[in-house]
Structures are given as C-alpha cells and as structure tokens.
Design a protein around this ligand. Sequence first.
Ligand SMILES: NC(=[NH2+])NCCC[C@H](N)C(=O)O
Ligand SMILES: [Mn+2]
Ligand SMILES: [Mn+2]
Length: 324
Amino acid sequence: MTAPPTLQPKFLPQRDQLGVVAVGFSGGQPRPGTDAAPMALIESGLLDQVRDELGYQVHYDNKVHDYSDVRPASDPVYRNMKRPATVSAVTEALQKQVYEHAKEGRCVLTLGGDHSIAIGSIAGTAKATRERLGREIAVIWVDAHADINTPETSDSGNIHGMPAAFLTGLAREDRKDVFGWITDDMRINLKKLVYIGLRDVDRGEKQILREHGIKAFSMHDVDRYGIGKVVEMALGHIGNDTPIHLSFDVDALDPMWAPSTGTPVRGGLTLREGDFIAECVHETGSLIAMDMVEVNPSLESQGASETIRAGCSIVRCALGDTLL
Ligand SMILES: NC(=[NH2+])NCCC[C@H](N)C(=O)O
Ligand SMILES: [Mn+2]
Ligand SMILES: [Mn+2]
C-alpha cells in the first residue's frame, strides 16, 4: 500500500480532478498509426491506474476524437504545410475541449496523436490559465526534436515539426482556417518555454533557438550534468511559481525504450530519466496539464507494447506515482 501522492496543490482548486482528452490524429506527419495510440494507452489500463491507484476523479467522455466532423474535404499544401486546414480544424476543436476542462480547474491530460496536437492542448491551457489565474503558463517540452520550425524553415512540411512556432507566435497566419484562430491569449512566452532531450534539431530551428535565447537542454547537457541537475536548471529557468504544461514526445526516450514512434533518434533518454523528469514536475505542485504524444503502436510489432508501457509510466509519474 503506497501513501497517497500529493496532488497538485498550487494552481488547481480541484486538486484531484483530471480531465482526459483522447485525440486519434496522425495528420501532422505522414505515417498512420499514432491515431491508435490513445486507445492503446487506455486499454493498457492507464486511466484505471490513475483512478484506482493515484486517486484522481477522471473526467473522460469515453471517446477517441478524430474530429472527422470538422475536417475539410480537400486540403492542399499551403505555405509549405501539409494538411494545414485539417490540422488547424482538429487543433482548434481540441483547444476548446482542453479549455473547458482547464477552466474548471482540472488538470488536463491529452493523449495523442502526433505532436501537432500540442497546438490545441497548449492553446487551451494557456487561455484558461490566463482567465482563471491571470497568469502565463510555462511549457516543458521533452523531445528529441524542437518542433519549432516555421512553415518556411521546415524541410518536411509536416506540422508536427511546427507546433512550438505557432504557439509562441514565431509562425503566424491570418487565414482563420489555417491557425488564424490562435489569439494572443492562447500563446506562450518564448522565455517560459524550455526543452529537455534535444538531439535532432534542424538548422533553421537552431537559428531560432539561438536568436530568441530559448532555454534548451540537449542530450549533451544530460550527459554532462546528469538528469538531476538538468531538471533543476530547467525548473529554475521557469521559476517556482509558474503553472506548468508538460508536453512529452515519447521519442525523447531512446528507441531502446520507445521504438514505436514515427521519428526515432538514437542516443536518447532512458525510461528512468523520462520518468524522473515527470516525477520532478509533479513534485513542483505546479503541473496543470500534460500531453503524451507520438506513440505509434503500428510501427514496430515487437516494440509497440514497450512503447505503450513507457508512455503510461511517464504519465503516471507526472500525476504523482512514486517508487516507494
Ligand atoms: N514531433 C516530432 N516527432 N517531430 C519531428 C520533426 C522532425 C523535423 N524536424 C521536421 O520538421 O519535420
Ligand atoms: Mn520528437
Ligand atoms: Mn515532438
């Protein structure tokens, strides 16, 4: 029998309430399969554990949303972006769902889906937190990639490589059906964005990170300082009185632990290092939302269950699971 975990005291009036949004969407990148991840994570028992072992009241509508009702019939490449109107419509709908949970003071868990969905989840928490607390959120982005390409710097045109650019306002677009719905109250401050785990950053992205002084801890930093010090520095950067949205791309983990993902990069975090980041974020008491993205159960038949287990483990740690 484990002691009950401390549940988010600082910014959430409803401390043990968890809103869950399952997003079956893979249109931010070319490989099918990530749309099946939320079901796989849930079927492996994630929400039952969060309810029964961690003591949350889970608000989940029992649906994996593919938002087929809002998707456009045709969606040509625009400004180098692939499926721009589809990703825009899906993330706009997700933004509204996450916002509804967050404004009730619930912690919000978004299960993706590819990382483009963070446009919706983070926009939703940023807006709700401004309204509820008059505060900007910080985002801890754990990933092998920076996902901060603008449509112009992206080589691939895949929008899952661009969410941080749209969320910070580095990328903007007037067309309402192509992210023009993102208003200032949904955006995040470049100074409150911090990366951990980077090791595959495009040339244009490196320039963006440097030019704007964005705080980033690469795998080099993890090797040099150790994960303990890196997390301490990352949390120090955002300050200890800031609501945190944790956006966790499973490809931050080494493919040894999470092979079933669309853009694996060797030389990543161990599962324990990933769990540790999540545990430390929980300990701050400032976690208000989390994304788990880029799990793709169809890519590696043997590795799929490992990757799902890793994703579940990280979510549980962020929500307060402890080793003892
Ligand atoms: N969420 C991810 N796995 N992103 C990978 C992005 C890869 C590359 N930087 C791109 O822009 O296409
Ligand atoms: Mn990634
Ligand atoms: Mn990513």
